[in-house]
Design a protein around this ligand. Structure first.
Ligand SMILES: Nc1ncnc2c1ncn2[C@@H]1O[C@H](COP(=O)(O)OP(=O)(O)O)[C@@H](O)[C@H]1O
Ligand SMILES: [Mg+2]
Length: 431
């Protein structure tokens, strides 16, 4: 392996040695110094977001802005204005002229995540800016220039989207000057145990627990699991087990409670060349896929609100809005929620972005807890009480550690003081 590849892996915390993964990373390093548009293709959770980060950090644009736009998370009505800005009075509520990301990112890189979700009218504007560097603010007839490098990513079948008239073919070819394919986790079995160990170390440190270890049988089992949610699913699995499991030695039986073999369904694979579908359980597959996508959407929305709250604070929110936010982030029905959701605001974002100067993350779907697997866990483990106990334990630990100081404990748990008070009441922890 080239030194450069190894150093990129170290810098970004990328684990794995599978040839197709190495090829993808090498391609990113190769095209980085150019201004060529890159389209990253791969299922959800395979690590597509590393690619634009590598490209930006290895390009001459690295000291300029890097902006992530999740095209699937911005409402259709506002996306043009978000991307290209608007003039004062362009629409109701446009009380001032506003710059869009394409203006703000001049000289830098924009990562268009879930580009397949862009509405058609936005695709027209995007094609124009890609071809000529020209754009107009919404409600303006004045042409502006910008110099932005585009990296886009998608997990939808673009050929199908084109056939269905949802995506412009000309834009597809313009974005896809270079294509980088990220392989699904089930195709790189050899990386699964490596990744498990990395996450076991990371989460042991984060939660100050001893590291999880897979017993030999469990290694074989996990390597043969299909991981429909890919690395994100594996990461969440290790996080949950780190917090919930008392025994640090993970057996096959234990693992099977989290990822039961009977759910090893052939998945709908979203690469352009594989439209084949197995006859077996295809309806269930589709439901599974829809649930999975919905879950991602919900988490994207959560990320978006949490970003907004972080940036703007909560002082000008109404009580009703605050209540809503509280409800979204700390569901009342704790028996349906694993304790790690408590830690949502902590956001585990130790993605080693140090290579990137002040990245502006507009909407990054990076959550500490986001996959469908927890739905399955609820189905297969009648242990909601033990989840509650674990939550209670975590709270007790945090309170002990901070000698009863609730503000510190709440910080540590990544929840609001109000939520902590509520939970202290709920679990009768008042001394
Ligand atoms: N090879 C890898 N090594 C370490 N972490 C990885 C790897 N691939 C993915 N991840 C982690 O998995 C999660 C999902 O990756 P992400 O890039 O968001 O996926 P997506 O393809 O859906 O954009 C992130 O937390 C990311 O850091
Ligand atoms: Mg992503």
């Amino acid at each position: 392996m080239s030194n450069e590849l190894q150093s990129i892996k170290n810098r970004f915390g990328i684990i794995g040695n599978f040839p197709a993964l190495n090829r993808a990373l090498e391609k990113a390093i190769q095209v980085a110094p150019t201004d060529i548009s890159v389209l990253v293709i791969g299922e959800s959770g395979v690590g597509k977001e590393f690619i634009p980060k590598i490209i930006h950090s290895e390009s001459k644009r690295k000291h300029q802005p890097y902006i992530v736009v999740n095209c699937g998370a911005i409402p259709e009505g506002t996306i043009d204005s978000e991307l290209f800005g608007h003039e004062k009075g362009a629409f109701t509520g446009a009380t001032a002229t506003r710059k869009g990301y394409f203006e703000v990112a001049d000289g830098g890189t924009i990562f268009l995540d879930e580009v397949g979700e862009l509405p058609l009218q936005t695709q027209v504007r995007l094609l124009r800016v890609l071809e000529s560097g020209e754009f107009m603010k919404v409600g303006s007839s004045q042409v502006q220039k910008t110099n932005v490098r585009i990296v886009a990513a998608t997990n939808v079948n673009m050929m199908k989207a084109i056939q269905d008239g949802r995506f412009r073919e000309d834009l597809y070819y313009r974005l896809n000057t270079v294509q980088i394919d990220m392989p699904p986790l089930r195709e790189r079995k050899g990386d699964i145990h490596l990744l498990f160990r990395k996450f076991a170390i990371d989460f042991a440190e984060k939660y100050r627990m001893p590291e999880l270890e897979l017993e030999p049988g469990a290694v074989h089992y996990i390597e043969n699991y299909t991981f429909p949610g890919n690395v994100r699913q594996l990461r969440n699995l290790v996080e949950q087990m780190t917090v919930v499991e008392r025994n640090r030695h993970v057996t096959v039986e234990k693992l099977a409670e989290y990822i039961p073999m009977e759910s090893h369904l052939p998945m709908v694979v979203n690469t352009p060349n594989s439209q084949k579908q197995s006859d077996f359980g295809s309806e269930r597959e589709i439901m599974y896929k829809i649930l999975f996508d919905m879950r991602s959407d919900i988490n994207d929305l959560k990320s978006l609100t949490s970003e907004l709250i972080k940036n703007r604070g909560t002082s000008d929110l109404s009580n009703h809005e605050k209540n809503l936010i509280n409800r979204i982030y700390t569901p009342e029905s704790q028996q349906n929620v694993a304790p790690s959701s408590l830690l949502y605001f902590e956001n585990g974002n130790n993605n080693n972005n140090s290579a990137i100067q002040n990245p502006t993350i507009i909407s990054e779907p990076e959550n500490s807890y986001e996959d469908i697997e927890d739905i399955e866990i609820e189905e297969h483990r009648p242990e909601s009480l033990s989840l509650q106990n674990n939550e209670k334990d975590l709270i007790i630990k945090a309170l002990e550690k901070h000698k009863g100081r609730r503000n510190k404990a709440a910080d540590e748990l990544g929840i609001s003081q109000r939520t902590l008070y509520r939970k202290i009441k709920q679990y009768n922890l008042e001394e």
